[in-house]
Design a protein around this ligand. Structure first.
Ligand code: C2E
Ligand code: SIN
Ligand code: SIN
Ligand code: SIN
Ligand code: FE
Length: 384
């Protein structure tokens, strides 16, 4: 989605960045992952389009639109539309305080207009430009996290006009659509952050780029496998996955000389390395949909007994996601080769995790993790 100003700005920044250094993407696997992330965002439009068609069928409407609010220009613009005039609509914008759609956006109410031509609110200019004749319509706001981000409309009932029942159904559908849009925006922001970090990592040709890429993906996978037992709802899982995938994103700010050092880090290097947690917070903190990712980036090196970094948080003052990430991250790090170490065998990894129950790791989450150890190993091997 190319909606808000901050998003188009970040898009622009990335474009100029990659334009300067196009050869730096040296790994196909990194590029594949980027393409997959971009596609997962575009797929959302397909999902939305399908749900609009379904909605039209359910309500016997001949057309429908999703209008999104552009707060900077205070306009509503047609993001998706169906029906004969859909292409003409794409370029049309209307003031956010006018029309039936504008009124629905401003008041938060679902409006049923049985005769558009007689409604004082109806914004005729849209029909004039598209040559569509709106007879009747319902408009309902699309709420996301307490804000109204746009309006969903259905137009022209095939026989007669829309009913009160239809209004209620449309309201329910707007809530569902809002979840899809929210996810799309999340992916959009994640995508930008991810591309930036991938480009950065790809700079280091010797770096186990592929390995790190899979580390990122595995961490997301372990998390969504365990999360249902920790109280996460199915809707929260994708957000958790991408948030977990970015736990080390702050490492893009760590000099290669430290990041890729084959031996032990000296205390000053270690101090610098540890700033990857707070750097991650800075990078992700600007994105409004990534609060969970911020928690994980800052929380994944905290320890249950309060001896971790960067804030020396203790026990349950560490966010749940951070406590989960700590276990996942160490499990994967111990199982893998690093520039500074060889992999440990699974039995040793199991033992090392268990030895740190209640000191480094939250005992309850660790028990859950160890009870699923075989499955976690399968994830590791399946995504090696
Ligand atoms: P990482 O390699 O992803 O490791 C993440 C965490 O896994 C580490 O956090 C540590 O808790 C655990 N871990 C990794 N390898 C070992 C190991 O051999 N033994 C034990 N007991 N635990 C291990 P930590 O220590 O805060 O390190 C954070 C990051 O700093 C590491 O991420 C890595 O990028 C870097 N790092 C840490 N130690 C060294 C080192 O000696 N040399 C280099 N070049 N980098 C290091
Ligand atoms: C309006 O909201 O008043 C008109 C919108 C439309 O024609 O789709
Ligand atoms: C990331 O940028 O998300 C991970 C970097 C790393 O694991 O080194
Ligand atoms: C182990 O005890 O080291 C492994 C246990 C398991 O695979 O479930
Ligand atoms: Fe880390």
């Amino acid at each position: 989605m190319k909606k808000t100003a901050s998003q188009s700005k970040s898009k622009h920044k990335l474009k100029s960045r990659s334009a300067k250094k196009p050869k730096r993407i040296s790994s196909f696997s990194a590029r594949d992952r980027i393409i997959r992330l971009i596609n997962s965002s575009l797929d959302i439009d397909k999902v939305l389009h399908l749900s609009m068609l379904l909605m039209e069928k359910t309500l016997n409407a001949t057309a429908s639109s999703i209008l999104l609010h552009d707060p900077e220009k205070n306009e509503l613009k047609f993001y998706l539309a169906t029906g004969a005039k859909k292409d003409a609509l794409k370029v049309i914008r209307m003031p956010a305080d006018q029309g039936v759609a504008g009124r629905s956006l401003q008041t938060g109410r679902t409006l049923l207009i049985p005769e558009a031509s007689k409604s004082p609110f109806f914004y005729k200019q849209v029909d004039e430009k598209t040559k569509f004749v709106t007879k009747n319509l319902i408009a309902t706001p699309i709420p996301i996290r307490g804000k109204r981000i746009g309006v969903l409309e259905v137009l022209n009932k095939t026989h007669g006009t829309f009913s009160h029942q239809d209004m209620l159904k449309l309201k329910t559908m707007a809530a569902e659509i809002s979840v899809a849009i929210d996810n799309a925006r999340l992916y959009d922001e994640v995508k930008h952050a991810y591309i930036a970090s991938m480009l950065n990592m790809a700079k280091a040709e010797k770096y186990r780029d592929h390995d790190t890429g899979m580390h990122i993906e595995r961490c997301g996978e372990y998390a969504v496998r365990l999360a249902p037992e920790l109280g996460f709802t199915p809707r929260e899982l994708e957000n958790l996955r991408v948030s977990m995938m970015m736990h080390d994103i702050g490492k893009v700010a760590i000099p290669d000389a430290i990041l890729l050092k084959p031996g032990r880090l000296d205390p000053e290097e270690m101090r610098l390395m540890q700033t990857h947690t707070t750097k991650g917070e800075e990078i992700l903190g600007r994105a409004p949909h990534l609060q969970r990712a911020v928690e994980i980036a800052t929380g994944h090196h905290e320890k249950w007994d309060g001896s971790g970094y960067p804030r020396r948080l203790k026990a349950r003052t560490i966010p749940l996601t951070g406590r989960l990430a700590a276990i996942i991250d160490v499990f994967d790090a111990l199982s893998s080769k690093r520039p500074y170490k060889d992999p440990f065998p699974p039995e040793q990894v199991f033992k090392m995790l268990k030895e740190n129950r209640g000191t480094h790791f939250d005992p309850e989450i660790l028990d859950l993790f160890l009870s699923r150890f075989t499955e976690m190993r399968e994830v590791y091997q399946g995504m090696a």
